[in-house]
Design a protein around this ligand. Structure first.
Ligand code: NAP
Ligand code: MG
Length: 400
């Protein structure tokens, strides 16, 4: 059988711990027998990041800018414990944060559904994708604890030194005050990334704020979204039969519980933080949540939503078998291969990605899965497999 050929390499960002163990097995067993895989490899494992003073992360992000598509393994974001564990020169920043800042991207998380795991919300039949604005608001704020009565004001000094001042409250006693911000540029990038994602996936885009209460702050989000939609995306949306729907945040939460799913839910930073965890947990498992960073400039980086599965790695180091679920990692690869196929007009490459995903889903639906899924699936699993057994079974089914 001749292998599927590629034109442009995928930028491959390797990572740490258990996911670093699974990564080459996925490539070797599930991709390389079928695809003449071209990648440009960057080792974002913690040792290499330390050795290069994190330059490798910057180089990898630049490579994604050059080629357009990357696939990333999970990486350790070092805290003090990790600095001691790996004897690091510094507490390097989160690679995801560095890459997100360089690509100006928004992260979209999408659950992978199988028919033997039922979402906690009965009506949900299709994935709900959460797109979270990852800049500003309460995550970059200033807070004051007022110990006495007094006047709380908000002051903006423009670049020429002119002040705009508003009274927040005349406090009659002790209280708390908070100031936060966002920028038109960041909100615009977020809006474009969401519209681009919805268009790409051919799904509706829902967005909500509390503009009835926050008449300037949230209203700005609403207006920027509406403006960009009208000018840049309305015709494109109409051409493929999808729509943009704006409502209030409380309304969208209530409606979401009654829908079948199948839309992109664009969320402001705090809403996205809270709602993505709710959606993930209601759909079943972190190991079944895929994630993609979409840049408004047309770059894509695919990854699993979970981390390096540290606890399983320590068992693996002791020589024990682990039942670590590789599904979200496999879907990171299929996402990247499919996108590369689309961009390079290689239908057989995109078709292969579809076929690999279908093999994964069918295998789980036939009752063969790792322990994390076996504990929540109905009817009961036919066989609970360890990581290697599950990947071997996929390889066998894929070759048949
Ligand atoms: P985690 O790696 O996502 O794992 C948390 C727990 O979730 C695991 O202990 C395991 O539960 C379960 N789990 C997650 N993925 C699984 C899978 N594929 N198969 C089976 N079970 C799975 O999060 P963490 O332990 O908090 O973080 C570990 C490291 O990952 C940290 O150093 C963190 O910095 C990093 N991290 C990286 C990323 C990223 O690169 N995108 C994201 C998050 C965290 P049981 O142990 O109960 O089986
Ligand atoms: Mg959270």
């Amino acid at each position: 059988m001749s292998k599927i050929q590629m034109k442009t390499p995928i930028v491959e960002l390797d990572g740490d711990e258990m996911t670093r163990v699974l990564w080459p097995i996925i490539k070797k067993k599930l991709i390389e027998p079928f695809v003449d895989l071209k990648t440009e490899y960057y080792d974002l494992g913690i040792k290499k990041r330390d050795e290069t003073c994190d330059q490798i992360t910057v180089d990898a992000a630049n490579a994604i800018k050059k080629y357009g598509v990357g696939v990333k393994n999970a990486t350790i974001t070092p805290n003090q414990e990790r600095v001691d564990e790996y004897d690091l020169k510094a507490q390097w920043k989160s690679p995801n944060g560095t890459i997100r800042a360089m690509l100006d991207g928004t992260v979209f998380r999408k659950p992978i559904l199988v028919n033997n795991i039922t979402p906690a919300v009965k009506s949900w039949k299709k994935p709900i994708v959460v797109g979270r604005h990852a800049y500003g608001d309460v995550y970059k704020n200033a807070e004051i604890k007022a110990k006495t009565a007094g006047k709380a004001e908000i002051v903006f000094t423009d670049k020429d030194g002119n002040e705009t001042r508003e009274t927040i409250m005349e406090l009659a006693g002790p209280g708390i005050i908070q100031g936060m911000h966002n920028t038109d540029a960041s909100i615009s990038s977020f809006a474009r990334a969401c519209f681009k994602y919805a268009l790409d996936e051919r799904i509706d885009c829902w967005f909500a704020t509390k503009d009835t209460i926050s008449k300037r702050y949230d209203q700005t989000f609403k207006l920027i979204f509406e403006n960009i939609f009208e000018k840049e995306y309305k015709t494109k949306f109409e051409a493929v039969g999808i729509s943009f729907f704006y409502t209030l945040i409380d309304d969208v939460v209530a409606r979401m519980m009654k829908t079948e799913g199948g839309m992109l839910w664009a969320c402001k930073n705090y809403d996205g933080d809270v709602m993505s965890d709710m959606v993930a947990s209601a759909f079943g498992s972190l190991a079944m949540m895929s994630s993609v960073l979409v840049s408004p400039h047309g770059y894509f980086e695919y990854e699993a939503a979970h981390g390096t599965v540290q606890r399983h790695y320590y068992k693996h180091l002791k020589g024990e078998k682990t039942s670590t679920n590789a599904v979200a990692l496999i879907f990171a690869w299929t996402g990247a291969l499919r996108k590369r196929g689309e961009l390079d007009n290689l239908a057989d490459l995109s078709d292969f990605a579809d076929r690999l995903e279908k093999t994964v889903i069918d295998t789980i639906e036939d009752g063969f899965m790792t322990g994390d899924l076996a504990s929540i699936c109905k009817p009961a699993a036919k066989e609970v497999l360890d990581s290697a057994q599950f990947l071997d079974l996929l390889a066998k089914r894929l070759a048949d």
